[in-house]
Every structure is written in C-alpha cells, then in structure tokens.
Design a protein around this ligand. Structure first.
Ligand code: PLP
Length: 433
C-alpha cells in the first residue's frame, strides 16, 4: 500500500506535486472554497456501494440489504444522492431520521437505532411507518410497545442482541462484548425472554435480530460467530427471524502500515454462516442486512488544510499548525487514530523533516499527526489528509467557536457544495434564538 492508494480512486498525482480528484485540482478548490475543506469523491462512494452489492450477490442466495450507517457522515444533499440507489439507511436521532425522510428514502428502508431513543423519536418513526425500530433493552421494548398501543399501530421491530463477542479494535468502538452499553444480553437468558415477550405482543411485529460488534474490524471470524449466535438464540426462543443483521464494522486502512483486508472475507463469512446454519436446521434463509458506515465513505473523503504557524519546540521537534484540527476531526484525540498527510504542490527542494502536524485549537491533545516525515512545511502550504470521510465531520464540534468546514462533492470534473462553511457566531444556536 502506498500513500497514493489511501486517496479516493479518482485521485491523480502530478510530478509537480499537484493533485486532482475527480478531475478537479485541489489547489483550485482550496482557493475557491477556503480551508479547512472536506471533499467527497462520488466515484469512490459509488464503487464501495457497488462492490458490497456485488459481493452479497455472489455469496448469498437469499435476500440482502445494505443499510448505510448514517452516523459515519450525513447531510441532506449527500442523503439525497444515496436515496437514489436502493440502499437503506440506519439512523439514530430525530434529525438523522428527518434528513433520511426529506432526502427521499422510502420509509420502509429506514431503521431506527440507538440505546436510549426518546419518545419523540419513536413516535416519529412509527408515524412515518419506517422499516424497523431496533430495540436495545427490555425496558425499551415495553416503552415502544406502550407508544404503539397509544397510537394503535403495529410496528416492525428488530432486537439488538449483545452476543458477548469481543473484537480486536479500539475499546471505545467495541460494542458486542459483555460490558457494552448496547444490546440485550444473550448469555444470561434476557434476550431469549425478550424475544418471547415480543412474539406475544399485539402491537409489535418482531421480524429481525441484530447485533453490531464494533468498528474498524479486520477479522471476519467474529462476524460469522455473531450470525450463528443470533440464529441459535432465535431457535432457543422458538423464533426464526425474517432478517438477520450482523451490523457494520468492516475496517479500512488509514495509513500505509494498516492492513487492507478484502471485504469479500466479511461478506463471504457472514453469508456462509447463515447459509450453513439454515441448511443444517432446514430453515429458510433470512434476509441478510449489513450496515456499513466507514467502509462506504472513509476513503472517499479528503480533508484539506492550510499551514499557518510553524516553529521548533524546545525538544527540537518541528511543529506545523494547520487551520483545522480536533474541531473537525476529533478522532485523533478520542482514539489516538493515525493518519497520513501529503503536501499539495512541489516540496522537492526543501529539507525533509519529521514534524508534528497540530491543529489550531486550545488543547495540547489537538494534534492531527504526532510524527510525520515530509518536506518541511511553511506558511501557506496546502495539506491533504486522505481517508477523512467517516466519523470526522459527523463528530465535529464548534470548540473555540470554530466554523464547521465547507463540504464538497466532486464528480466527473464537477463540484457541488454539500454543506456551506458554517459561521458559528451567526448561527441561531450561538445567537440564542
Ligand atoms: C448499529 C450500528 N451499525 C453500523 C455501524 C457502522 O459501523 P462502521 O462505520 O464501522 O461500519 C455502527 C457504528 O457505530 C452502529 O452503531
């Protein structure tokens, strides 16, 4: 894997250090729209979606569905583009739900997740007749049931199970192990009990079992175990689900040292696990739903920053500060995530240094890359950080009243603004309106 491979598929690198994505020059974009600037490459996103669709077709003979985990990145214009495909969408808040609906997702292709959904969210999901509400606890089952009774409707639900499967990823994004706050415990019999309760309910229509093991996972075996655990659990409770969903979580490389593991391993493993189990038990194949977030959008996104202040610290490190940082990308501070960066333009005549690429926010943890070797940076340089499409803007903040960046969509030489740069001080929230 080379640094170029981390960029979107349409990226082209000139000998003079110039970079184009989808045929558009990054210098021109930065000059026109300012920095920090994020862009999404249409072709890379479409490619990821088509690849997963194809892999499901090749590996699974039952019905299958791809539900984009919108927490990875969502905006209305982006959602409208996705809604034109046959993708479904996973939402976890009222605003994500409203955007999915406004973007034109057919309600039956929307699934509401979350470990503490509000009455308002549940009410809106039911009123809009969305595909399923994914129940996260026994308490929530009763809460949703009571709301359905009040509204006199029968709502489709899935149950999110905690199968107690630990995966090798950052602690903060492990979600299927015993100590996780997510899902209904399978090991102590609670999940079985909840399945029986749901089956008896007149206002709830239990159709699926769901789990999500975590994020940035590169080992397929645990996904296969999770599928079997869900089907076995159903069998114990006398329920063969119409839908089995082992969530999202397939990992992507962020640096040249990270592995790239073919997503076919993920899809083939879950497909085989469901197929083998159903063949042995002589049961129909359930619909297989996957919920990719990171895999769909991470590589399509690039963050562009301008270098401002540079200095040498007392211990001799070169420090280059860019005009963004933890407010638009909190992943480094949250998870110690690693990135690569590329100077856009020709730095060939400069000394090569190991530098700290830091942000502009008032916290020492505001570093984008703690150590990177590249031509010595100077004020005005443009820096591109690849693999910036997932869990950056969706987790962005207004710390120091930073304006959230402008976001572009680039496709076949054309540029579309997905989100204008925010002006935090003028926004209703900061104005107190
Ligand atoms: C329920 C659920 N499904 C899918 C995902 C997407 O995970 P990833 O972006 O790693 O594919 C998440 C992420 O947190 C999630 O909570």
């Amino acid at each position: 894997m080379t640094l170029n491979d981390l960029f979107p598929k349409t990226a082209r690198f000139g000998a003079d250090g110039l970079i184009t994505i989808a045929g558009v020059d990054l210098n021109l974009l930065a000059d026109t729209y300012g920095t920090p600037l994020y862009l999404y490459d249409a072709s890379t996103i479409n490619g990821s979606y088509s690849l997963l669709t194809e892999l499901l077709k090749q590996n699974y003979s039952g019905k299958a569905q791809i539900a984009y985990a919108s927490k990875a990145y969502l905006s209305l214009k982006f959602a409208k583009k996705l809604a034109r495909t046959d993708a479904s969408i996973d939402v976890v808040s009222l605003s994500e739900l409203e955007i999915a609906l406004e973007a034109g997702f057919p309600p039956e292709r929307i699934h509401l997740h979350g470990n503490n959904k509000s009455r308002e969210e549940i009410h809106s999901a039911i009123a809009n007749r969305i595909g399923s509400i994914v129940i996260d606890s026994t308490d929530e089952l009763e809460f949703v049931e009571a709301i359905c009774e009040g509204m006199q409707v029968r709502q489709k639900i899935w149950l999110r199970i905690n199968p107690n499967i630990a995966v090798n990823t950052h602690k903060a994004v492990q979600t299927g192990h015993g100590a996780s706050k997510f899902g209904i415990e399978a090991a102590n019999g609670e999940a079985e009990h909840v399945i029986r309760l749901a089956l008896k309910s007149e206002s709830l229509h239990l159709t699926g079992i769901h789990t999500h093991l975590g994020s940035q996972i590169f080992h397929p075996a645990e996904f296969g175990q999770a599928v079997v655990a869900m089907l076995e659990l159903g069998k114990t409770a006398g329920f063969h689900p119409d839908v089995v969903c082992p969530g999202g979580g397939w990992g992507v490389p962020y640096t040249i040292d990270d592995p790239f593991i073919d997503p076919n391993e993920w899809i083939a493993t879950i497909s085989k696990a469901a197929t083998d189990w159903c063949r042995t038990e002589n049961c129909p194949l359930p619909e297989l739903v996957i919920e990719p977030g990171r895999f769909m959008v991470a590589r399509s996104g690039v963050a562009l920053y301008r270098v401002g202040s540079t200095k040498q610290s007392q211990n001799g490190d070169w420090i280059a500060a860019v005009d963004g940082g933890m407010a638009d990308n909190p992943r480094v501070a949250l998870y110690g995530s690693k990135y690569e960066a590329m100077l856009v333009g020709d730095g060939s005549k400069r000394p090569v240094e190991t530098m700290r690429l830091v942000g502009r926010f008032c916290e020492s943890g505001d570093e984008l890359i703690p150590a990177i070797t590249m031509p010595r940076l100077q004020r005005g340089d443009l820096i591109a950080i690849p693999v910036s499409g997932a869990y950056q803007l969706s987790m962005a903040s207004n710390y120091n009243l930073a304006d959230r960046p402008c976001v572009l969509w680039v496709e076949n030489g054309a540029v579309e603004v997905l989100q204008r740069r925010e002006h935090a001080a003028r926004s209703d929230w900061w104005q107190g309106e």
